[in-house]
Design a binder for this molecule. Structure first.
Ligand code: XMP
Length: 512
């Protein structure tokens, strides 16, 4: 296994992900508790992450000295390279300019770290991000990679198997970076690469049992991929010490609430409280048209209902959440200050503080696609794990303008037809998210011999890898025509259908 010592980089978790992709188990440990961990962990290799600190100064983060004396290969990345140099007798200075972003590198010498990836004399592009830089390398090291801004972009002491790179091999902007990390773990550390998601599952289950003991856990289930996987995983770990609470806000798609209740109660036998608060939600939302006000109302009622239902469980000490790694990164503020709120996502945060429960977050290290893999590993059906993301405020933010039960019902009918056609065409899994939006605009039409004056329905479908950026999905005109005809013929209240061709940015995925 590989131990990753974390110096606080925004992308440390990506190192773990790349190592997992290479089929090797890894753990991340903060630099200040690494010394203890080294005693019982017995790693086959160590990676020192990047970090925001400067190695210049007295009280700067350091790797435990044992890292360099225990005889295992060490790879230092960015700050990790700098501290390795500083600790082994090299010299690091603050340069007159910092370097961020794509940069060309030159391979100055062959090295077992990138054997088969780069060879002497070749050039490639990498992602650099550093303040300080190495100016003098420790004894035993030689320079193997150079770049304009960092003459010591890559250094190696092949006899001790110590390597340092100034750039970030873990990010996708370093195209050959994954290959370099794979070389490190396989060829240099000699690990087989036979670790799998099945092993992750077993470890996660063991960790949940250890954390929870015989305590009770409550889990808010939404029917989405993340909370569903959390619920099934925790149930597998601790059985009926888990109770799920499904807050029904009356803003789900057709048939979805029934489906969630059926699947979790009947198929998985998970104790589930179906808190049907739809009357309260719809009552308070009636006539509300401002998107952020909609979110605030929904967020508040959700917390009230969840809190009350969870209270009835009695003696629960833990709250399970489907926090993913991107939520963890986003919640850490960047040096440039907190980012601007474009939309307030109510289901992130709020709950734990108020309820005074300890968090169980078994997906904290995973990315969405890995959560799906874990779900499959748990034997969950594609219907659950491959489901498109669905926003916490549900259909409330898909009826721009004033919310009414009537408009929600019209939207549901159009949405079902749209998704039905997408599934029939075999396109569901190619699309990140697809949904209908009911505009608060009426237009004139003619059906048979009669004038109609009805709502406009907008269709949205995007591709994306993380929801942060997105492209509209290029449906064929024939497909769009078919969906449009069906919606207008089958849904009373809609007489015009349009397709949204906005990407994100500048648009967002949802309309509100
Ligand atoms: P946007 O619309 O910001 O959406 O491009 C990005 C992703 O987030 C979802 N979304 C939300 N999810 N509460 C949520 O839980 C919200 O208020 C919310 N608003 C948008 C959206 O569906 C997409 O997956």
């Amino acid at each position: 296994s590989i131990l990753i010592i974390d110096f606080g980089s925004q992308v440390t978790q990506l190192i773990a992900r790349r190592v997992r992709e290479a089929g090797v188990y890894s753990e991340i440990i903060p630099f200040n508790s690494a010394a203890e961990k080294l005693k019982d962990f017995d790693p086959s290799g160590i990676i020192l992450s990047g970090g925001p600190a400067s190695v210049i100064g007295d009280e700067t983060p350091r790797a435990p000295d044992e890292v360099f004396t225990m005889g295992v290969p060490v790879l230092g990345i960015c700050y990790g390279q700098q501290t390795m140099c500083a600790q082994l007798g090299g010299k690091v200075e603050a340069p007159d300019h910092r370097e961020f972003g794509r940069a060309p590198i030159d391979i100055a010498d062959d090295c077992d770290l990138f054997e088969g990836v780069w060879e002497k004399g070749s050039r490639d592009e990498v992602w650099m991000s550093h303040g300080d830089r190495v100016v003098d390398i420790p004894d035993g090291f030689s320079v193997v990679i150079t770049s304009d801004g960092a003459p010591f972009a890559g250094i190696a002491d092949e006899s001790r198997h110590f390597y340092g790179v100034q750039f970030h091999p873990e990010v996708v902007h370093t195209p050959r970076g994954a290959a370099l990390l794979s070389n490190f773990v396989h060829k240099i550390c000699g690990l087989a690469g036979d670790w799998t998601m099945a092993a992750f599952k077993d470890q996660a289950i063991a960790a949940i049992r250890k954390q929870v003991g015989d305590g009770k856990v409550i889990c808010g289930l939404s029917g989405g991929v993340d909370s569903s996987v959390v619920a099934v995983l925790i149930h597998e770990a601790i059985g009926d010490q888990l109770t799920c609470v499904y807050v029904d806000n009356g803003l789900m798609r057709t048939g979805e609430s029934e489906q969630v209740v059926r699947v979790f109660r009947d198929k998985y036998n998970i104790p589930l409280i179906h808190a049907d608060a739809s009357e309260q939600f719809l009552g308070e939302l009636e006539g509300v048209d401002d998107p952020e006000t909609k979110r605030k109302i929904i967020g508040r009622i959700f917390i009230e209902v969840f809190d009350a239902e969870a209270g009835k469980v009695g003696g629960a000490e833990f709250l399970a959440q489907g926090t993913l790694y991107p939520d963890v990164i986003e919640s850490v503020s960047f040096a440039g200050g907190p980012s601007v709120t474009i939309k307030s996502h109510h289901n992130v945060g709020g709950l734990p503080d108020r309820m005074n429960l300890k968090l169980v977050e078994p997906l904290r290290e995973l990315f969405k696609d890995e959560v799906r893999d874990l779900g499959r590993e748990l034997g969950m059906a594609s219907e659950l794990v491959d489901r498109h993301p669905f926003p916490g405020p549900g259909l409330a933010i898909r009826v721009p303008g004033a919310i009414s039960r009537e408009r929600l019902e019209i939207l549901r009918k159009a949405d079902v037809i749209y998704l039905d056609e997408i599934r029939k065409a075999g396109l569901y899994d190619e699309i990140w998210q697809a949904f209908a939006v009911l505009l608060p605009v009426r237009t004139v039409g003619v059906m048979g011999d009669n004038r109609t004056y009805d709502y406009v329905c907008a269709l949205r479908a995007v591709t994306s890898t993380d929801g942060m950026t997105a492209d509209y999905y290029p449906f064929s005109h024939e497909f769009l025509g078919r969906v449009s005809t069906r919606i207008i013929n089958e849904v009373i209240g809609i007489n015009r259908v349009v397709y949204d061709t906005t990407s994100k940015p500048p648009g967002t995925i949802e309309w509100e």
